[in-house]
Design a protein around this ligand. Structure first.
Ligand SMILES: Nc1ncnc2c1ncn2[C@@H]1O[C@H](COP(=O)(O)OP(=O)(O)OP(=O)(O)O)[C@@H](O)[C@H]1O
Ligand SMILES: [Mg+2]
Length: 282
């Protein structure tokens, strides 16, 4: 099971669009068994998989969401690492939804905004523990985690649960100049939390080719070796249809435009190769 978070603390850079389409491509083209975890309270990834009616009926039928992982419970237990955790459920009760063959989703929930969790309560470890338990039942090849744009307990949970992270970057100056800051924040978290998560690349999204800003972005990243080595060869072009059909639960591979499909499959193949290479080094 390879667990990958899509992270950027800048909003609207294409995290959700890229992560949901990568997950869909892994399941439908690469024949991998994939779980998408939507840990963003905005639950946009969930909206890419569920129509409004379907999601409403799912909640009405008491379907499980990410919220079930974090809500309070009556029994206090102590774990080996000394963290006290409350428990009123079995992780295995939180069943993900099968959207398509090989593609499962643990839906998000707007009510994540309502609950308050203090750092150090141990709850930030729950996603990690959940994935270990659920994987014994489902045997996923990939877990794709869509994260919120703000530093929060949800972001920390994703970092704790992941082996790798990808940084989707929109080629505008405010986005690409923030990559260093993001890398610094994550490396500080890695030290504080003793994490082994690795960056598996930077993917440019919402790209308008042959524009000054895009050229400048490639030039700026190209000048910094540590960023240049992380930059994927393929990028996701800006196409109105991607956004237009997103909330009809349509993915890039469902649409007729071959050039964008090639961008996506190229990104997915590069991601798999980078992880294969990293695992081979270990
Ligand atoms: N390749 C693309 N072409 C056209 N529109 C896109 C593309 N990628 C994303 N968008 C649109 O840009 C907007 C932001 O994308 P998205 O929601 O994926 O970003 P995000 O980083 O997840 O945002 P947030 O930080 O709020 O979670 C959305 O309206 C989405 O439909
Ligand atoms: Mg998003």
């Amino acid at each position: 099971m390879r667990k990958i978070s899509f992270i950027n603390m800048k909003g609207g850079v294409g995290k959700t669009t890229l992560s949901t389409n990568v997950a869909h491509c892994l399941a439908t083209r690469e024949n991998k068994k994939v779980l998408v975890v939507d840990i963003d309270p905005q639950f946009n990834a969930t909206q890419c998989f569920f129509s409004g009616d379907k999601y409403f009926n799912y909640l009405k039928a008491k379907g499980k969401t990410i919220l079930d992982l974090f809500i309070e419970g009556p029994i206090n237990i102590s774990t080996v690492d000394g963290v006290t955790e409350t428990k009123n459920f079995e992780y295995s009760d939180i069943t993900p939804v099968e959207i398509l063959e090989n593609l499962f989703v643990l839906p998000g929930n707007l009510n994540l905004y309502q609950i308050e969790i203090s750092a150090g309560s141990g709850k930030e470890n729950r996603l990690k523990r959940y994935l270990d338990v659920i994987n014994k039942i489902y045997h996923f090849d990939y877990v794709i985690i869509d994260t919120p744009p703000t530093p929060s307990i949800w972001m920390v949970s994703a970092l704790l649960a992941s082996d790798y992270y990808i940084i989707p970057v929109k080629p505008d100056p405010l986005s690409y100049t923030g990559i260093d800051l993001l890398q610094n924040i994550i490396s500080r978290k890695k030290k504080d939390l003793d994490l082994s998560i690795k960056c598996i690349g930077i993917v440019l999204t919402i790209v308008e080719e042959a524009t000054i800003v895009f050229n400048k972005c490639q030039e700026t990243i190209g000048k910094k070796k540590q960023l240049k080595d992380l930059l994927y060869k393929k990028y996701l072009k800006k196409r109105t249809d991607i956004a237009k059909f997103q909330l009809n639960q349509q993915f890039i591979l469902d649409q007729p435009k071959d050039d964008v499909k090639l961008c996506l499959t190229g990104i997915v193949q590069e991601m798999i190769k980078r992880i294969d290479d990293d695992e081979a080094k270990q």
